[in-house]
Design a protein around this ligand. Structure first.
Ligand SMILES: Cc1cc2nc3c(=O)[nH]c(=O)nc-3n(C[C@H](O)[C@H](O)[C@H](O)COP(=O)(O)OP(=O)(O)OC[C@H]3O[C@@H](n4cnc5c(N)ncnc54)[C@H](O)[C@@H]3O)c2cc1C
Length: 162
């Protein structure tokens, strides 16, 4: 099984993990290294302050560009607009709370954590401190001492096994 380690668990990691799970016919073993309690919130969406709102409409906020309506559908299914009437302006545009988007992202990760193709997303609650190259694999060293391994560096924030 291909192993993928994603360092950091904010929106970018959520988007990458969800798209990999959805697109890959082969089973992927994805580990997200993130010190926060959950994957999804990151810096922008971890705030619980109710006045901290998204800077665009739900249709502009999707972890999968091939499924741009997924947050809007989730909002409809979960009564997000009814629960927050102040989000809607007189012209009909809505600016929901960032914490609502975080909840959506967390649920989205959970929904993709065990996929019918055999792919999985696992949260390693830790902080990456180093990447040590080896002959056959790289090891992502964490502050807690865990060492998820993968084959090659393919972007600045995730590493994919060949
Ligand atoms: C206050 C604020 C509000 C914003 N509002 C919006 C908005 O409404 N709409 C919009 O489209 N964009 C918004 N943005 C832009 C937003 O930052 C990006 O859209 C996106 O959320 C960035 O996600 P990211 O995963 O790249 O980074 P981050 O969200 O910063 O996630 C990085 C993650 O990496 C983790 N991390 C850091 N170092 C390590 C390490 N050594 N090991 C493991 N994990 C580590 C951090 O804990 C963090 O969770 C906002 C940004 C800010 C700062």
């Amino acid at each position: 099984m291909k192993r993928i380690v994603i360092v950091g668990g904010g929106f970018s990691a959520t988007s990458a993990a969800v798209q990999l799970v959805r697109r890959s016919a082969a089973a992927l073993d994805i580990t997200v290294v993130e010190p926060r309690e959950h994957i999804g919130g990151g810096l922008a969406y971890s705030s619980d302050e109710p006045d901290h709102r998204l800077n665009g409409q739900p249709g502009m906020h999707s972890p999968d560009p091939a499924d741009i309506g997924m947050f809007a559908r989730w909002c409809d299914d979960n009564g997000a607009h009814a629960a927050d009437p102040a989000a809607r302006l007189a012209n009909g545009t809505t600016f929901l709370r960032r914490s609502v988007f975080r909840k959506f992202l967390q649920e989205t990760v959970a929904r993709h954590a065990s996929w019918p193709t055999g792919s999985s997303i696992r949260h390693l609650r830790d902080r990456a401190v180093d990447v040590v190259p080896g002959a056959l694999a790289q090891t992502v060293v964490t502050a807690g001492g865990a060492g998820p391994r993968c084959r090659q560096t393919s972007a600045c924030w995730y590493w994919a096994a060949a």
